[in-house]
Structure formats: C-alpha cells, structure tokens
Design a protein around this ligand. Structure first.
Ligand SMILES: [Mn+2]
Length: 239
C-alpha cells in the first residue's frame, strides 16, 4: 500500500456483526477510525449484521454500532447495500446512522469505471426454486407484513431458528460455489454494462474475469481479520 494515500474508496462485506461477537464490533469501530476515515467513501456490501430483525429492534449492541456510524458519517460517506441476512435494514436505520442505503444492484462510477455493486446472493443460483424464493423474500409487501404483523419477540425466535439453518447452508455454500452464476452475470452485463463487479456473500477473497468484466469477491470478517478491498484510480488491491 502507498505511504501517501491517493483518493480511494474501501469495500467490505459480510462482517456478520452480532452481540455475541464483541471483538468484531470493536474491530469495526477501530476500522472506521483508522482505515475508513482515510477513504473518500466506505461501501458495505451486505450482511453487515448477522441478522437484522427490523429497524424497531433495539439493544445495547445495536446502539453502539449506530452511534459509531453516526459519529463517522458526520465527516465521511458510508454506503450500505443490505444482504440476505440484513435485508430488513430500512429508512429508520439510515436516518439514525447517516448511512446511505443502496439498492441491490447499484451501478456507480468508480474513477471512470462503471462498477456494479451487489451482495451476490441473488446471483448464486439460477434454479427455479431459488428465483421464486427471491421474489417472495424481496417483495416489499412481504417485508412490510413481516415487520408490521409479527411482534419483535416472535421475529427474534424465528431468527434463531433461521440462523441455525443458514449456518449449515453457509458451510455447504463455501465448499461448492466459488463464483457467481454465469447466466445471471450475463443478464447484469446486458442491463448495466459494467466493466467491474464487486460483491460479497461467498465469503471468498477472489479476483477474476467473467464475460469481460473484472470481478471482485469480498472476503468475510472473522474475530481477527478485517479484510477490505482498496480501489483508487491507479490501484485495486485486497488488504
Ligand atoms: Mn450473504
């Protein structure tokens, strides 16, 4: 990494922050102060939280994260694109933190390169069942019904069950899927014409060419590691 930093942005994903992992929360707050504060912007590409039950959920852990983001966004831009674990992040969270929420996918101009940002879960499979599932879960009405009709306590119980299933799915996922589904990437290419694509979800640090697109797959955080992707006009590297 350069000693004198040129203008750059930072990308992270899959921190999976949760109350039971205070070390990660601490590392994230340190990361904001030491790494993100040097960048023009911080992009978080999904699964920032291990689970997000709705903006009405409140506890000490959530308050600490919100406060850290609030302090940081006074001076620095933070963009958050929700993932499959925290897709219920909404307007109230954005208001409380100063974070700008992004749609999945979002096309940005990154130092002259049209760059498509996504979480990646929607592009992992092209099976019929998976596509139907996505239509239901990402339906706005379904999301509103879920948060409005189900009491928070019930959502918390449901989340615990879902987390157990998801841990198992994650274990399988990382062992078999190494890249996004090619047909889905082709559809994105035809619609958005990106030269770069940045995503998380697979928990893999990877850079490769697909259909002429420069693809970056972001690694997940764990208790120790706080990996990120650094992109400036002249450099693109994982740190
Ligand atoms: Mn994910």
């Amino acid at each position: 990494m350069n000693e004198i930093l040129e203008p750059h942005v930072i990308f992270i994903a899959d921190l999976h922050l949760l109350a039971a992992a205070p070390r990660k929360t601490k590392n994230f707050i340190k990361f904001l102060a030491e790494i993100a504060s040097q960048a023009d912007a911080l992009y978080i590409l999904g699964d920032f939280f291990d689970i997000w039950l709705g903006d009405d959920d409140q506890n000490e852990f959530i308050t600490i994260i919100k406060q850290a983001l609030r302090n940081h966004t006074v001076q620095h831009a933070v963009y958050l694109l929700p993932g499959n674990r925290d897709f219920l992040l909404g307007k109230q969270f954005a208001k409380d933190t100063g974070v700008k929420l992004l749609y999945d996918p979002t096309l940005i101009d990154l130092y002259g390169n049209p760059t498509l940002l996504l979480h990646g879960n929607k592009e992992c499979s092209n099976s019929l069942i998976h596509n139907i599932y996505l239509k239901v879960v990402y339906n706005q009405l379904f999301q509103r019904l879920f948060t409005n009709l189900l009491p928070l306590m019930f959502r918390q119980k449901l989340a615990n069950k879902m987390r157990k299933i998801s841990v198992e799915a994650n274990r399988k996922k990382t062992s078999t899927i190494k890249k996004l589904n090619r047909e889905k990437v082709l559809a994105l290419k035809n619609k958005y014409h990106p030269t770069q694509l940045i995503y998380g979800h697979l928990h893999l640090s990877n850079q490769y060419q697909e259909l002429g697109i420069n693809c970056f797959s972001l690694p997940a955080w764990d208790d120790e590691a706080t990996p990120y992707l650094y992109i400036s006009a002249t450099q693109q590297e994982f740190a």
